[in-house]
Design a protein around this ligand. Structure first.
Ligand code: S3P
Length: 434
């Protein structure tokens, strides 16, 4: 599918309720599936990625129904059943695959986790290594990629794992396996990655005895859970407003967990007129409204490396924004971008270059010099966030920007172009790429 984003003729204006947070939605479904009793979830993201998790939870024995705006999950109480045919298809979702691998490593049945072409190329050794240390019987392809075959395990043992990567997927995989292991499982990481698992487990009745630590045998209890709006989706309309003169956009009910707000801090450092309002100080997941009014003269920045994990999914968008601010934006310490849904450094560098932007790519980052941007056609490489980032840049290009393989936007934000159009953007969906 080809998405065409037309240069904006006027400022973007309006109020949006972003879709539910993807990371939190995956966890809400998986935790509710493991819990005893019926959980009630509101605000769940219903996109291709989270529907893959929902389908997997059903196959593992959870009974899931919708009543009005609520999703009701009757959990398994931790007694999962083997999926029919033995294979769970995770589509494009790395979170679904890695978190469920942790859950399945400690079960008494065999199971295979597989994904689409992109997911089956992403590195899985990073979870196989700790799971094997725990005693799991698990294998991947020779390249260390999915399909992941997990064999029935006698029992897992708890470990103290020092993760080489700041990754919430590795962390959550190990902690979830730890629930089915004997003893205590603890993980440390080079920098704090998003901490939704640690914040949400206590809501499902599992207290962590120490930070990033779980006791084996802990039982989850059903709960009522409200999923906040996804900051990783909200940022597209905020960045659009930061770029298009005359814009004023408010996004409501956005999750503002500090491990996710790096992009907002960068917007401020670039000089954007941004405010957070109506913040509710929930101990679990802080939520608020974010307002952004266009202000001229945004400047390029050196992105502090410490901020990288807090905005890892927003990096493609930052690269698009950097193309339309004054001066150079430098990103380093972001080699993880090469193993996301695509090699995001390479895909963004190629697309920006195609649109006439001056870029220099490094193994772990990129330099982008802001200036004029041409219209043209770019490849999204089937990466939802790259596709949406190019669509936002199209609003401030000299001509329309056409984005290939834009159907992947539905993995995280099916309503993206409708929301952008509601703010006054012009985005057209064509049937074919050719
Ligand atoms: C996620 C963690 C991040 C992020 C991904 C969602 C999660 O990946 O990029 O989109 O929900 O745990 P890593 O854990 O690989 O950094």
């Amino acid at each position: 599918m080809l998405l065409t984003s037309e240069p904006a003729r006027k400022g973007l204006r309006g109020v949006l309720n972003p879709p539910g947070d993807k990371s939190i939605s995956h966890r809400a479904l998986i935790f509710a599936c493991l819990a005893k009793g019926r959980s009630r979830i509101t605000g769940l993201l219903e996109s291709e990625d989270t529907l893959a998790t929902l389908g997997a939870c059903e196959q593992l024995g959870a009974v899931i129904e919708r009543i009005g705006s609520e999703i009701l999950v009757s959990g398994t109480g931790g007694k999962l059943s083997p999926p029919l045919g033995g294979v769970l298809e995770m589509g494009n979702s790395g979170t679904a695959m890695r978190l469920l691998a942790g859950v399945l490593a400690g079960q008494g049945f065999d199971c295979t986790l597989s994904g689409d072409v992109s997911l089956n190329q992403r590195p899985m050794r990073r979870i196989v290594v700790p799971l094997e240390l725990m005693g799991a019987d698990i294998s991947t392809t020779a390249q260390g990629t999915a399909p992941i075959r997990i064999h029935a395990s006698g029992s897992l043992n708890g470990i103290d794992y020092v993760s080489p990567v700041a990754s919430a997927q590795i962390k959550s995989c190990v902690l979830l396996a730890g629930l089915f292991a004997s003893g205590t499982t603890r993980l440390s990481e080079p920098r704090l990655s998003r901490d939704h698992t640690e914040r949400m487990l206590p809501m499902f009745g599992v207290e962590l005895p120490a930070p990033c630590t779980v006791n084996g045998g802990a039982r989850l209890r059903a709960t009522r859970f409200v999923v906040p709006g996804d900051i990783s989706s909200a940022v597209f309309s905020l960045a659009a407003a930061a770029m298009v003169p005359g814009s004023s956009v408010r996004v409501r009910g956005v999750g503002l967990n500090p491990t996710r707000t790096g992009f907002l801090r960068c917007l401020e450092a670039m000089g954007a007129d941004l405010a957070i309002e109506n913040q509710t100080g929930s101990a679990t997941e802080p939520v608020g409204d974010v307002r952004l009014n266009y202000r001229a003269g945004l400047k390029g920045i050196d992105v502090p490396e410490a901020l990288v994990p807090d905005m890892i999914d927003e990096m493609p968008l930052l690269m698009a924004l950097a193309a339309r601010v004054d001066g150079v934006t430098r990103i380093r310490g972001a080699a993880e971008l090469r193993v996301k849904e695509s090699d995001r450094l390479a895909v963004m560098a190629a697309g920006l270059h195609e649109l006439g932007v001056e870029v220099e790519e490094y193994p772990d980052g990129i330099d982008i010099r802001g200036g004029a941007v041409n219209g043209g056609r770019v490849a999204s490489a089937g990466d939802h966030r790259c596709a949406m980032s190019f669509a936002v840049l199209g609003l401030r290009a000299a001509g329309p920007v056409e984005i290939e393989a834009a159907e992947y936007i539905a993995t995280s934000y099916p309503g993206f172009s409708a929301d952008m159009e509601q703010l006054g953007a012009r985005m057209q969906v064509g049937e074919r790429d050719e």
